[in-house]
Design a protein around this ligand. Structure first.
Ligand SMILES: Nc1ncnc2c1ncn2[C@@H]1O[C@H](COP(=O)(O)OP(=O)(O)OP(=O)(O)O)[C@@H](O)[C@H]1O
Ligand SMILES: [Mg+2]
Length: 877
């Protein structure tokens, strides 16, 4: 939908669908007319102004600094991006000659372990490969770069690498895992590198290009990620380009295939399409390595499965010594990721046909400067924002109020407004998660229901921006210079081995830096960014439905430290390597711990203290976001979601330990000493024997009775036969307990939910359903559980109450703690009063149909909103 030819209604409908507020839409359409692009531009940036000088839009407020609008500033940033593009290769080489760099003595190369490689240094490419001066009009299939003089890497390769490292990247030495990966590559081995987010995996495949002068082909899942990496490489004096649908200049592909860039980034589809020309490149300039970055995308057991990654076995099949005459060895594959469980690793090796001798390079997944915590929040309304973002707002606004008396940035009247405002885009009912606040029900099926699919407009699991329409697709090495914020060392990752240094870090205040807030829905990116901007924070929304110009702008402003907060879906993604991100806030349940850890890993890359906070509604269970999944994948998706849910419910184990062990690593430190659990300590351990016993009793009784259906006198005799045939879930068992014992009459299902998990962990009960659920749903006794029941009073049942149990105990008015909820219930008057107040608190229950009918509801809402806006506009006329 582009503008002038579009009807006003269509523009309004589209803007509503994107989650903008009525008032913003009304103002924008009134000002710029029925042009979709202009309206968005107006709302987000205020760059299209009305002549009467009406008030600027919300987003421009946030990015307005010294009277300048983001729109204006970004125009200049866009230009600077554009300037990276060079008129021709020749221009580049001419300028390269002007700013001569130190010359590398090719003759110095010697041989070790039979590795045959060629000279490297990028700025010498012209000299080394006369073909690079070639006429660009040459036939695309003619090999303009002739086969370089092959040289061998000497035993002093580490010395050479260190000097390249210093020269191009400003680092003093390789990290151990980087050395291991390079050694494997030098020995022609395939290699799987599993190293923490931000640890420096990219260098493992960038160095081979510099060291050999051959080309390195990097397979990467996102164009935005390729763009970021290419642009960084150009600053470090390395020529790079990316190919594929996002590449606007069709000459770049020809040039790349003639060997004119040291590093070529491609997405899997493109590399598959280019097999033949890449084979020719391998035989001319040479291909040092195929790097498969973010390789967890290969596996459907991982969190970011991309089917095209599975087809990458073509690399092994087509670039082996048996297919290409000039090769003595297969071109090595280097697969890299920060998040792969053991199952995912096996799948990667198999799917890519990696060799049996593949080397594993494993580093600790542990990031000792990340402070993990989990907080309960409904994450659903402005009231939640007010509570949860108060501190964040204060951090960014206090900074600007130097000289002013320090006070909270949230004035009382605004607080009141936020609480009572009827934000249509974020009303409770419009949320996907229907089980917010009260009660507890299972709705894991929502994500897979046909309704769920309809909702995918707003709730996208794979909200990726993969058709990044960047202005520049080729990147020439400029003289290496370092960003201001790259001057810090990342060496602090091994801080746990340096207790004194780490101790001093723990005492550091958290610096200002940048914040990324990850939210599950596109609408929330808009509403939270708008909310923060309202208090003067420089925040911007980022999601795949926003115009590309806006996305580019956010990227640029983020990298230039002009923004303070980016509120994003997972589209703001992989490989973002910004050193001074101080906070990653997840506002809503992530879909997996893999995704969570990868996103959280974007914080604290400078090694300084950084916060990773997960705000989630601990009283409700997370649901799967809609996505096309096979039955197997659905199971796996639930498993991953369940692990994530359990991470949130945990109250007693160090969070870093859970995360690191999730990826199969032994966490040798026992405690990170930073996370909320380590700092606050676990809750008081309780002996839950009585409650565990009664729950076991009803489960066992049901089990026995279902085994002998003839017995009508058992405790389930009151349940209708049809119902009896259905497997009872936890809710039913809890009803039974309440019926049986007055003491438990007012107990919260939420609390029993926690207990059921604990009993499952102890091996007393198991899931009776074939399907996977976020948490145990159909409870069946195990032999161990039945033994526990028989042992009667002798056996104790000590456990730390989990987060939902603590929440149930703290919010319920019916009993003081979760252990003495029975107090007072024997008194009929107290009971009557409590039941009455419970009834009041609960309010009418929404029917399941109503809840899952979200899509229809939002259509209706959108329809009425459209009418409302249209009528406002016509009244104004
Ligand atoms: N040997 C080194 N010494 C110091 N810093 C390094 C070294 N190697 C890499 N770095 C720095 O580490 C940072 C992260 O690098 P990189 O983007 O390669 O991480 P990554 O492991 O690929 O992260 P992700 O998993 O998020 O993709 C970069 O800023 C880089 O300059
Ligand atoms: Mg990376």
């Amino acid at each position: 939908m582009s503008g002038s030819g579009t009807s006003r209604d269509e523009v309004i409908a589209k803007l509503i669908e994107m989650g903008f507020d009525d008032s913003d839409i009304t103002e924008a359409v009134e000002t710029v007319g029925p042009s979709f692009n202009d309206a968005i531009e107006y709302i987000l940036n205020g760059s299209v102004r009305n002549s009467k000088g009406k008030s600027v839009s919300w987003s421009s407020k946030c990015v307005t600094e010294n009277g300048k609008t983001l729109g204006k500033r970004t125009l200049s940033s866009a230009n600077s991006l554009g300037q990276m593009r060079q008129a021709s290769l020749l221009d580049h080489f001419q300028s390269g000659n002007r700013q001569k760099r130190g010359k590398r003595n090719v003759g110095d190369d010697v041989s070790v372990s039979g590795s045959v490689v060629s000279p490297s240094i990028v700025e010498e490419q012209k000299e080394s490969y006369p073909g690079m001066d070639c006429n660009l009009k040459a036939e695309s299939d003619s090999l303009a770069v002739s086969c370089p003089k092959e040289v061998e890497i000497g035993s002093d390769w580490e010395v050479k690498v260190n000097s390249l490292l210093k020269k191009h990247f400003g680092h003093s030495s390789l990290k151990n895992f980087q050395k291991e990966a390079l050694s494997a590559w030098l020995a022609h081995h395939d290699c799987l590198v599993l190293a923490a987010t931000g640890s420096g995996k990219s260098l493992c495949f960038q160095i081979p290009a510099l060291l050999t002068g051959k080309v390195v082909v990097v397979i990467s899942p996102l164009i935005s990620l390729m763009h970021d990496q290419c642009s960084k490489l150009s600053k470090h004096g390395v020529t790079a380009c990316f190919l594929g649908s996002g590449q606007p200049d069709n000459k770049v592909e020809q040039k790349a295939l003639r060997g004119m860039y040291s590093i070529i980034y491609v997405c899997p589809e493109t590399v598959i399409r280019l097999i033949k020309p890449l084979q020719r490149l391998a035989e001319s300039r040479g291909i040092a390595l195929f790097a498969i970055d973010e390789v967890h995308c290969v596996s459907k057991w991982g969190h970011d499965f991309r089917p095209d990654y599975r087809r990458l076995s073509v690399l092994r099949e087509n670039f082996g010594a048996n297919n290409l005459k000039s090769l003595k060895f297969d071109i090595p594959l280097m697969a890299l990721t920060a998040t792969a469980t053991i199952q995912v690793r096996e799948d990667i090796l198999k799917s890519l046909h990696m060799s049996k001798g593949t080397k594993f390079v494993l580093t600790s997944f542990f990031r000792p400067n990340l402070r993990f915590s989990v907080k309960h929040s409904k994450t659903s309304s402005r009231a939640s924002y007010k509570k949860d973002f108060r501190q964040l707002i204060d951090i960014y606004t206090k900074k600007k109020k130097t000289g002013e008396k320090e006070k909270s940035a949230i004035p009382q009247d605004l607080d009141y407004q936020s609480d009572t405002s009827s934000s249509s885009s974020m009303s409770e009912e419009s949320r996907i998660s229907p089980n917010i606040g009260d009660g507890y029900y299972y709705d894991e099926d929502v994500g897979n229901s046909p309704m769920g699919k309809e909702m995918s407009v707003e709730f996208l699991e794979n909200d990726s921006v993969d058709d990044w329409d960047v202005a520049c697709g080729e990147f020439y090495g400029h003289s290496p210079h370092r960003d201001r914020d790259t001057d810090r060392s990342f060496e602090r990752t091994d801080l746990l081995n340096k207790p004194a240094e780490r101790l001093s870090m723990l005492q550091e205040p958290l610096e200002d830096g940048l914040t990324i807030i990850y939210v599950p829905t596109r609408k929330e990116t808009l509403s939270i960014a708008k909310y923060l901007c309202g208090f003067g924070v420089k925040a911007a929304a980022y999601n795949a439905s926003l115009p590309k110009s806006q996305l580019r702008r956010v990227h640029t402003e983020f990298h230039e430290n002009k923004l303070e907060v980016v509120v994003a879906t997972i589209a703001f993604g992989m490989g973002i390597d910004k050193l001074n991100v101080r906070r990653i806030i997840h506002y809503g349940w992530p879909q997996s711990l893999e995704a969570y850890y990868q996103e959280a890993g974007r914080a604290g890359r400078d090694g300084h203290l950084a916060d990773c906070v997960l705000y989630a509604n601990l009283s409700s269970m997370p649901t799967l976001l809609p996505s096309r999944r096979s039955e197997d994948q659905t199971k796996q998706a639930y498993r991953m979601l369940s692990d994530c849910f359990r991470y949130g419910m945990n109250t007693s184990c160090c969070r870093a330990k859970i995360l690191v062990e999730y990826f199969g690593e032994d966490f040798s430190h026992e405690k990170c000493q930073l996370c909320d659990v380590c700092v606050d300590g676990p809750p008081e351990m309780k002996n839950l024997k009585e409650e565990a016993n009664i729950l076991m009793q009803v489960i066992a009784a049901y089990n026995e009775q279902s085994n002998s259906m003839d017995d009508d006198d058992g405790i389930y005799s009151g349940i209708k036969r049809q119902k009896f045939m259905d497997r009872p879930n936890l809710k039913m068992f809890v009803s039974k307990i309440r019926e049986q014992s007055q003491k438990y009459l007012a107990t919260d299902l939420l609390w029993w939910r926690g207990l059921a998990r604990i009993m499952e962990n102890k091996g007393y009960i198991r899931e009776g359903d074939d399907r996977t659920h976020v948490q145990i749903k159909f409870l069946e006794p195990t032999t161990r559980g039945l033994e526990f029941l028989k042992s009667g009073k002798e056996q104790s049942f000590n456990a730390f109450p989990e987060a939902d149990m603590l929440l149930a105990a703290s919010t319920s008015k019916s009993y003081s703690t979760f252990l003495d909820w029975g107090k007072g219930w024997a008194d009929p008057e107290i009971r009557r009063q409590r039941l009455q107040s419970m009834g009041r608190n609960r309010g009418p229950r929404k029917s399941r149909k109503l809840r899952t009918g979200k899509s229809r509801k939002s259509n209706r809402e959108s329809h009425t909103a459209r009418g409302r806006i249209a009528s406002k506009l016509s009244k104004k006329k």
